[in-house]
Design a protein around this ligand. Structure first.
Ligand SMILES: [Ca+2]
Ligand SMILES: [Ca+2]
Length: 255
């Protein structure tokens, strides 16, 4: 009986020992497995979140950049440019001035026009009489040139000087059609006697010569004759090129 008890006791101890060993082993496995399986995922979450945040930040910056590009320039196209269906030239720094520390104001002209002091000028290649010239400039969204300063006259002279030809005539927006000797610009403003460039190289102008037209000479032109460029009155029926004028477009550029 005692032997049987002892044998049973040993067997029981062996079982418990085995169980304890097994429990201890299982517990150790758990302690070893946990870091291998769970910790890397936990550690990856901050990286994933950071990556998502970086992507979102990058996308936001791209959207902001595109928005600023479109917002940085504010184009004011005069209505008469739109009707003339002409594209504006890209403004250059020569035609920009500082509005304040953060913005520039630039002027621009339709393609094919020349720019001077916030005005645009078109020198036609076709010839037509004075009335047709006046209407032609209106269809382009402007008017026959109105010369209001010495600087404007000098600008026109510079352009004419650059053109080939010893004798060139361009209609301007000045006439005395209604009353002989009473000169008016096409905007109905009377000619300022202190700003005139009537020719005197050949004969003092205006002389209302009736040699070609008995009604005289009631329309004014810019006349390039050799090295001189001056105003001449001429028969309104004569066909000449013309100079059209209009105000420039405006660009506000934000820096
Ligand atoms: Ca006249
Ligand atoms: Ca004349």
């Amino acid at each position: 009986m005692d032997n049987e008890y002892i044998t049973l006791q040993k067997h029981t101890d062996s079982i418990y020992t085995s169980i304890n060993i097994t429990r201890n082993c299982h517990s150790k496995d758990q302690q070893v497995d946990k870091p291998l399986k769970e910790t890397p995922i936990t550690k990856q979450w901050p990286k994933i979140l950071l990556t998502i945040l970086l992507i979102l930040s990058l996308a936001a910056n791209v959207v902001l950049a595109v928005f600023l590009i479109f917002k940085s320039t504010e184009l004011h196209i005069p209505a008469h440019f739109q009707s003339s269906n002409k594209f504006l030239n890209k403004p250059t720094l020569d035609h920009c001035s500082h509005l304040n520390n953060s913005s520039l104001e630039c002027t621009a002209c339709p393609e094919g026009w020349l720019q001077h002091n916030k005005k645009c000028y078109f020198f036609s290649t076709d010839s037509m009489n004075w009335t047709a010239s006046r209407d032609f400039c209106i269809t382009l969204g402007g008017h026959l040139v109105i010369i209001e300063s010495k600087a404007e006259q000098k600008f026109l002279e510079t352009v004419l000087r650059s053109k080939e030809g010893r004798r060139l005539s361009y209609w301007i927006g000045l006439n005395d059609i209604i009353t002989e000797g009473a000169w008016y610009w096409v905007n109905n403003v009377p000619l300022d006697g202190s700003i005139t460039y009537w020719g005197k190289a050949i004969i003092q102008q205006p002389e209302d010569w009736k040699g070609e037209n008995t009604s005289g000479e009631d329309c004014a032109k810019l006349f390039k004759y050799s090295s001189s460029i001056e105003w001449h009155d001429d028969s309104c029926q004569k066909e000449h090129a013309n100079v059209c004028e209009t105000v420039s477009g405006m660009l506000k550029v934000y820096m």
